[in-house]
Design a protein around this ligand. Structure first.
Ligand code: DX5
Length: 235
């Protein structure tokens, strides 16, 4: 009788993603180059001063940075009208785009990102419930559970979000989904442990990396703190 192979759940890579929002914008390529040995993933925070109360970068900055880095560009679009800019970010060199479920039109935005061939991410603010994300879990590659209200670096981690992270993780396991679960906001060597235990695998960290004397060492320290703490992680 043939041996039945057990169904192996997808084990996503645990990675620390340094948020350039806390980097020296006057030396962005240099700042990114210094942390590159510690990661393969770069979150780019795009803010429109409308969906969030801050203004950051657009496609031209992504295009310039692209010329200096081969990291995976995870563009987090904190925009009220992300659909207007998806193609421009793709053309600028974005590998992944993440839109917020709060802006609506989610199915259409996911379809457009698929058409454009970028990796598809869906984000939720801390006070947005799991139920808002649930209908889309099997149509995206990444779910971003914000652990601060977006707009600024250096804010305090909202631990209450961990319930939502755990529900996304359980749903991904139950559905056999290949899904990255990302958290962003107030992540450091201490808070990353709770996020990993809840089931997250991508940890965005800004001030806990670029606010440190040695950003590369900080990335590695957060990764050490996370590794092996992830629920379902194979020891
Ligand atoms: C906030 C941004 C975050 C921020 C994280 O809206 O989306 O990526 O840069 O910064 P820290 O890690 O300092 O909270």
């Amino acid at each position: 009788m043939a041996r039945v192979e057990p169904v192996r759940a997808h084990v996503p890579t645990v990675r620390v993603a340094p948020s350039i929002l806390s980097a020296d914008f006057g030396d962005l390529a240099g700042a990114v180059g210094r942390i590159a040995p510690g990661t393969d993933w770069l979150p780019v925070d795009v803010m429109d001063g409308h969906f969030v109360p801050n203004l950051t970068v657009g496609p031209p900055v992504v295009a310039s940075l692209r010329a200096h880095s081969s990291l995976f560009f995870d563009t987090h679009l904190m925009l009220s009208e992300p659909g207007r800019y998806l193609e421009a970010f793709r053309d600028a060199g974005a590998d992944g785009c993440t839109v917020h479920v709060e802006v609506g039109e989610t199915a259409a935005l996911i379809g457009r990102m698929r058409e454009l061939g970028v990796r598809v991410g869906l984000a939720a603010n801390p006070d947005t419930p799991f139920e808002a994300l649930e209908p889309f879990l099997d149509r995206v590659d990444l779910v971003l559970c914000m652990t601060v209200f977006p707009g600024f670096g250096g804010q305090t981690f909202i631990a209450d979000v961990m319930d939502k992270v755990a529900r996304v993780h359980e749903a991904a396991l139950a559905g056999g989904l290949t899904l990255d679960i990302e958290v962003d906001g107030g992540i450091d060597e201490r808070t990353v442990v709770a996020a990993a235990r809840a089931g997250a695998n991508v940890f965005v960290a800004g001030s806990a990396v670029f606010g440190r004397e040695d950003p590369l060492d900080a990335v590695r320290g957060i990764l050490r703190a996370a590794a092996g703490r992830r629920t379902g992680a194979t020891p």
